[in-house]
Design a protein around this ligand. Structure first.
Ligand SMILES: Nc1ncnc2c1ncn2[C@@H]1O[C@H](COP(=O)(O)OP(=O)(O)OP(=O)(O)O)[C@@H](O)[C@H]1O
Ligand SMILES: [Mg+2]
Length: 235
C-alpha cells in the first residue's frame, strides 16, 4: 500500500477518518465563558477503537458532540472522512451525519411509541423515504444478538441490554464508518455491560471506527487506545 503519511516514528498508511486540528469549544454564559474543549488536536485512523476518559465536566460529551457534528467548534477545524466540516452546507452536513456517523447513548434514546423494527428502520426511512429494507432489519437483529420476535415489541417491554442492542442496530442501519458512543454501558449492570462491549468489539472488528466515552477503566480496556481529557485538554 502507498505510504500516505509519517507521524512521529510511526508510519501511517491510512488517512485519518477523523481529524481535529486545534479545536476549541467555548460556551458563552452570562457569568463568563466556559471552555469545554481547549485546543484539542487528534487524528483517528480508520478502524480505531478509542476510549475517552476524564472527570465529570472535562469535555468528553462535548468532544463526542463536536465529532458527531451535533455541536460546532468555536475555533479550529474538524475533518470527517477527509471533508472539512466548516466548509459544508447544511444539507451536506445532514447527509454526512446520517451516512457516516452512528450514535449510541447511555439512555438508549429509542423512540418509545415505535416498535423495535420501526426504531431500527428509522434512520433508513429518513434517508430513502421508504421502509423497504429487504431483510436488513432481520440481518441487523441477528448481528446484534436480538431475538427476531422482539421486532414487534415496544422498547419499554425490553431489558436495558436488549434496548442497547436495538440502539446499536439502529446506529448501524445506514452502515456508517464511525460509531460514537457516550457511556454505552452506563445504564447497564456489569454482566450486560460486558455483553454490549463484546458486541462493540465485534462491530469494530468488522471495520467500524469507534469512539467511546466511559468513566469505567474496565470498559476502556476494550478500546485499543485511551484519550484522557482534563479541563477540555488531552493530557
Ligand atoms: N450546552 C452547554 N452550555 C453551556 N455549557 C456547557 C454546555 N455543554 C457543556 N457545557 C460545559 O462544558 C463543560 C464540559 O461538559 P461535558 O458535558 O462535555 O463534560 P463531560 O466530560 O461529558 O462530563 P460528564 O462526565 O459529567 O458527562 C462543563 O463545564 C459543562 O458545564
Ligand atoms: Mg458527558
Amino acid at each position: 500500500m502507498e505510504e500516505k503519511g509519517v507521524k512521529g516514528d510511526r508510519v501511517s498508511t491510512d488517512q485519518p477518518v477523523i481529524r481535529l486540528d486545534h479545536v476549541s469549544k467555548i460556551y458563552p454564559l452570562p457569568f463568563g465563558d466556559v471552555t469545554a474543549l481547549d485546543d484539542v488536536s487528534l487524528d483517528v485512523e480508520p478502524g480505531a477503537f478509542i476510549a475517552v476518559m476524564g472527570p465529570s465536566g472535562s469535555g468528553k460529551s462535548t468532544l463526542l458532540n463536536v465529532i458527531g457534528c451535533l455541536d460546532v467548534p468555536t475555533k479550529g477545524d474538524l475533518f470527517i472522512a477527509g471533508r472539512n466540516i466548516g466548509e459544508l452546507s447544511d444539507d451536506e452536513l445532514t447527509d454526512l451525519r446520517r451516512d457516516t456517523l452512528g450514535f449510541i447513548f447511555q439512555q438508549f434514546n429509542l423512540i418509545p411509541l415505535l416498535t423495535v423494527r420501526e426504531n431500527v428502520e428509522y434512520p433508513l426511512v429518513l434517508k430513502t423515504r421508504r421502509r423497504e429494507s429487504e431483510g436488513l432489519v432481520e440481518e441487523l437483529t441477528r448481528r446484534v444478538g436480538l431475538e427476531e420476535e422482539l421486532l414487534s415489541h415496544k422498547p419499554s417491554e425490553l431489558s436495558g441490554g436488549q434496548q442497547q442492542r436495538v440502539a446499536i442496530a439502529r446506529a448501524l442501519v445506514n452502515d456508517p464508518e464511525i460509531l460514537l458512543c457516550d457511556e454505552p454501558t452506563g445504564n447497564l449492570d456489569t454482566k450486560t455491560g460486558t455483553l454490549i462491549m463484546e458486541l462493540l468489539t465485534e462491530v469494530n472488528g468488522q471495520g467500524k471506527t469507534i469512539i467511546m466515552v466511559t468513566h469505567d477503566p474496565r470498559i476502556a480496556e476494550y478500546a485499543h487506545r485511551t484519550i484522557n481529557l482534563v479541563d477540555g485538554k488531552i493530557v
